[in-house]
Design a protein around this ligand. Structure first.
Ligand code: ATR
Length: 265
């Protein structure tokens, strides 16, 4: 019997998960299919029921449901619980398990850039669903200090309740940092811009954008122009997918140049 997997979110059009998972499924001769599905909040319960009934065998969850899905699950893994964020779901025995592979995905992504994180300072822009995973990964890599800034400051304050060591920076105020991470959705549209003084802050700093489609947001383009080192969210995306694939199929698929080229748009 062919197994069925899905990525659910809203919007979902930009997701490259089906492309990557189906590529690995084929490469490893697995009997399965992976599709994307646009979901409304009201449909979360139903989709979990379909996993219970084994009509679906696993799902990836993306914005804006990573937290909202939690009440419908039976068990959270330690990483999912710590981050209150779930991106990978599966059933073991009679239990629906919520897992988080974003933390490992982001951690490995940073490790492969060979940027030194240990003892550095980071500024995170945004306070949405992916941010707890980023914070936990940065802490595992022994970051010295994390600053956070968000348009809606109340959400940064909420985040600080969870991670008291965070320091909140006023929106549009700039501070000195080693690493800056865009964790907002600004950049999903090519014209979007994060208004900071790139000329002043970019040189020798590391810019990470969680966005991977488009490949180069204005945030990365401008930072690069002014001497910054840049990395887009593709590495995090691929590594979280690799972990999810392993959880579902018990096979760690290869991330080689062929895979990377295949993903290029
Ligand atoms: P959610 O809020 O459901 O977790 P998300 O996509 O994970 O959604 O997060 C969106 C992030 O992008 C938020 O930090 C959001 O800022 P607000 O909390 O102020 O909404 C940020 N964001 C999106 N569009 C933005 C914009 N035009 N300007 C500034 N921040 C923006």
């Amino acid at each position: 019997m062919s197994k069925k997997f899905l990525v659910v979110g809203n919007p979902i059009e930009h997701s490259l998960s089906p492309k990557l998972h189906n590529y690995w499924i084929k490469k490893n001769n697995i009997k399965a299919s992976y599709e994307k599905k646009l979901l409304e909040k009201e449909e979360l319960k139903k989709i979990i029921l379909e996993i219970r009934e084994e009509k679906i065998h696993g799902i990836n969850v993306t914005v804006p449901f990573k937290k909202k899905i939690i009440p419908f699950l039976d068990v959270l893994t330690d990483e999912a619980n710590k981050s209150q964020s779930v991106n990978t779901i599966y059933k073991i025995k009679d239990k629906i398990i919520g897992d988080n592979t974003d933390i490992e995905g982001f951690k490995i992504a940073l490790e492969t850039t060979r940027q030194i994180i240990n003892n550095k300072t980071a500024l995170i822009i945004g306070a949405g669903g992916v941010v707890p995973s980023i914070i936990i990964a940065l802490k595992k890599l022994q970051i010295k200090k994390i600053f956070i800034t968000n348009r809606t400051e109340a959400k940064a304050v909420e985040m600080k309740k969870f991670f008291p060591e965070l320091e909140i920076v006023e929106w549009r105020k700039m501070i000195d940092f080693d690493i800056i991470i865009n964790a907002t959705s600004i950049g999903l549209n090519e014209k979007d811009e994060i208004k900071i003084d790139y000329e002043k802050i970019s040189r020798n700093k590391f810019f990470y954008d969680v966005i991977y489609n488009p490949e180069e947001t204005n945030f990365l383009k401008k930072a690069k122009n002014f001497g910054g080192q840049v990395e887009n969210g593709k590495t995090m995306f691929i590594h979280q997918a690799q972990k999810a694939f392993f959880i579902w199929h018990g096979i760690l698929p290869e991330i080689d140049t062929e895979t990377l080229n295949f993903l290029r748009l």
